[in-house]
Ligand binder design. Sequence first.
Ligand code: C2E
Ligand code: MG
Ligand code: MG
Length: 558
Amino acid sequence: MGSTNEILTGNAKLLKSRASKLSIAGVWISIGAIIIATITTGYLQANEISLESVIEAQKNNASLWLLNTMPFVFGFWGQYVSSMIAFEASAMVVDQTNDLRAQAAVFEKQALRGTTYDTLTGLPNRILLVDRLEQAINTASFERSKIAILVVDIDRFKDINDTLGHSTGDRVIRQISQRLRKIIPEPNTVARLGGDEFGIILKKFGTKEDAAEVVQTIKETLQVPLKLEGVRLDIDASIGITLYPEHGKDAQILLQRADVAMYQAKQKHCGFIMYTTTLDRCNTRRLTLMGELREAIINNELVAYYQPKIDIKTGKIKELEALVRWKHKVHGLVQPDDFIPMAEQTGLIKQLTLWILHESLMQCAKWNDEGLELMVSVNLSANDLMDIEFPETITRTLNAHNVSPEKLLLEITESSVMLDPNRALEVLTNLSALGVRLSVDDFGTGYSSLSYLSKLPVSELKIDKSFVMGMENNSNNTVIVQATIDLGHNLGLEVVAEGVETASSISLLQPLGCDTLQGYYFTKPLSAQEFNTWRSQNIATGRIRKKGGQLYMMLPEK
Ligand code: C2E
Ligand code: MG
Ligand code: MG
């Protein structure tokens, strides 16, 4: 491409040659005018047209002399003006060309930025993170230094999005990204990997402890509540960590392993986990399990476990909560946290709910036949609450096992209601009209609106076990439990404390007015057969009394 000067000179030449042609035409016209004027003057003076009369006219007529200069004047003037016009026009063209070029460069830059930066937060995206990680690995291998790679995933972000809307979700992501950018200075990198997931490269790391320290700072920074339109949001995150060169020498592998560690941290609710090879085995197991679950439901590989819910005043076993387990040929007893989330993702949860309903109602009927008036509670997922035909399914299942609706309690979570509150309300109202009782599970962990809670036709509220288990060591948890019990009672609900592991937690719950207890203190969830054995053994030791069709558990002395 030629320089600006070359373009300018080229354009000027082109325009000048066109303008010169016009000025030459002007010269010819003025020469024509001289000839005509000279001939006319000669004729008027000598009354004839001859060479002599023309020469005479030119000799004696001053106005013709003036006219004679016109071609030269035209020539010069034309040349000068055309040169000026040509130059200015050319300069304008060059200016515009430069403007267009500058704009093109800006667009090019924006397009490039769009492919490497996240538009919502302005942070580098996954592509740029991988690129920077590759560069960092090259440098670190040369300098023999370490790098830490972190994958940070916001806990229960889906609830924020579902409850408060996507624009609030976007603002939360933007604020989190600003906080992360503030505490992770250059030359480290903070990137948004997508959704609520961030990737961080920490350069020149000495030890695992150094990385853990930064992770702690990140967690503390994120835990400072966010304030959005007067709503206070408590944010927490799960973090997976890998180290270069210990956990891999390739950028993609390091990131993938940090992701595996993050997933485990989320599952275990433990804040952060450093990658180990055993985690990979867990991840592979998770993926194979996902493919096998459908078959497992059909082949009856699922087992229902039951955990009693006990009246705090009388010790009566009010109900048994049915909790699913998967008896896997290779992995043994798989816990629900390992497959319920993926059953929800794949839509298999509908079949799973149907299975546990049939299983627990069949068992309920069996106990009733044996003279035990036990009721059962079953956990529902968001998919069930979105299914307008779900109440009909419940009626059919109750009829199939000849169990009356009052014997069944359905546990729902706040977040599953908030997914589509109007639809959930319709389904829950129809369920309640059948005579089935409803309970809000894991209360305090979701972002539900209290005005919605008061509209729900529920009769029970279960305080999440994290608050109950934390009561003994943290008085804040006692305050939360007390407030939740009062709230539940004011709404006319019975309040259950789950996660009751010790006698001392019962003595803390008693004065707070809690109605029902559930937890390892009484028993872990048991299969129906194990429950029957446990019941008989405890009746034998006097820990359980059987009165009428009811079972009563001994409570610790006040
Ligand atoms: P959840 O409904 O809140 O059930 C209570 C969980 O807390 C159970 O875990 C139970 O074993 C555990 N737990 C009870 N008492 C204690 C205690 O004193 N200490 C401790 N540390 N834990 C206690 P589990 O059985 O692993 O179930 C976990 C979650 O999986 C359930 O939480 C429920 O949300 C879900 N889940 C289980 N079965 C089903 C099901 O059939 N359908 C659906 N949709 N979800 C299910
Ligand atoms: Mg439950
Ligand atoms: Mg619960």
